[in-house]
Design a protein around this ligand. Structure first.
Ligand code: 5GP
Length: 348
């Protein structure tokens, strides 16, 4: 008989953070920078651990240039060619410590990754990203990449359960990307019925990873600065954002104008739009698991970054964490029933 897990699993919207007595005088005292040493690469990291997703409408070179000014990180999407990487590296040597080169698991992906990392040795991070991190093929690919690049820090995913976090860490990954189904333009839950509520996935995967001196990224499902704070509170070492950074000047995609309003196209990397662009269409045996949306143009990303960092500092002040490092230790979540509609409509 199929097994039914009846434990309650939670999403960001199902909880709030309980405020706690604090000695902090002002949110401006809160330190958001974090330092990590990774279990397999032995490299060290210092920065504010928020990353732009490796989507071609988000993780662009322009985004990396804007985010690195705040010590934020960018997982550069895998569709830039070698010459574009070389040009980026020549203009922005300081940014290179805050970016990762991304790869899928195809043979051409591996070759392209090798070329980029040889041409731009200052890039120390690799982001290995597949929709389903549970496959044996992915684990073998990760082992091959680790063998070829023993000193690079490898992010790998996506998975949502502790046992697979452990397997990937033991197979050479340093940071595990956690999230199946929560993304703003993801349709996996609808198309396949597969997924895991993101807050519980983060709580469980962080526990598994930290037990092995590994790290995790909460990837997907953040719709406001409060969600970013909840992900860190649940134990995420990094938080990856797609939709929250989409629609800005630095995000990829054409700017469209209609009836005096400006928009940018934002789409999932396995949406029909992306597959037509990069794979010549949706293969017969599969369904697209992403959608495309038009996002109102939001100007420079700097304004949004300040809003997120301001929110996060304030969260830390409310729960009495002088540093982001202490946020999860100071976190008590309270379960809430869904909030009613706001008095003044959806602009809240
Ligand atoms: P967001 O921050 O927009 O909620 O989520 C971003 C994450 O959604 C990405 O980092 C990636 O893990 C996931 N994602 C991006 N494109 C797709 C897609 O086409 N399908 C699915 N299932 N997930 C996607």
């Amino acid at each position: 008989m199929p097994h039914v897990d009846t434990d309650v699993k939670l999403d960001f919207r199902d909880v709030l953070l309980r405020p706690k007595r604090s000695t902090l005088r002002s949110r401006s005292e809160v330190e958001l920078l974090r330092s990590f040493t990774f279990r397999n690469s032995r490299q060290t990291y210092r920065g504010i651990p928020i990353l732009a997703a490796n989507m071609d409408t988000v993780g662009t070179f322009e985004m990396a240039r804007a985010l690195c000014k705040f010590s934020l990180f960018t997982a550069i999407h895998k569709h830039y060619g070698l010459e574009e990487w070389k040009a980026f590296a020549a203009q922005n040597p300081d940014c290179l410590q805050h970016v990762a080169a991304s790869s899928g698991t195809g043979p051409s992906d591996f070759e392209q990754l090798e070329q980029i990392l040889e041409a731009v040795p200052q890039v120390r991070y690799i982001c290995l990203d597949v929709a389903n991190g549970y496959s044996e093929h992915f684990v073998q690919f990760l082992r091959d990449v680790r063998k070829r690049f023993p000193d690079h820090t490898i992010m790998a995913g996506n998975v949502v359960t502790g046992e697979m976090v452990e397997e990937l860490l033991l197979s050479g990954a340093d940071i595990i990307k956690v999230g199946i189904g929560p993304g703003s333009v993801c349709t996996t839950r609808k198309k396949t019925g597969v997924g895991y509520p993101q807050l519980s996935a983060v709580l469980e995967c962080a526990d598994a990873a930290h037990g092995l001196n590994g790290h995790i990224i909460s990837d997907g499902g953040c719709s406001c600065p409060g969600d970013v704070a909840k992900a860190f509170g649940a134990g995420a070492d990094f938080v990856m954002l797609g939709g929250m950074l989409a629609g800005h000047a630095e995000a990829g995609g054409e700017l469209a104008e209609r009836e005096g309003k400006r928009y940018k196209l934002f789409y999932g990397m396995s949406s029909e739009v992306a597959m037509r662009k990069y794979a010549g269409g949706v293969a017969e045996y599969r369904a697209s698991e992403g959608r495309a949306v038009e996002v109102p143009f939001r100007g420079p990303v700097e304004v949004t970054v300040r809003d997120i960092l301001g929110g996060l500092r304030s969260t830390c002040a409310y729960v009495g964490a002088p540093r982001l490092k202490e946020l999860s230790r100071r976190t008590t979540f309270i379960r809430v029933t869904p909030l009613g509609p706001p008095l003044f409509g959806p602009g809240d």
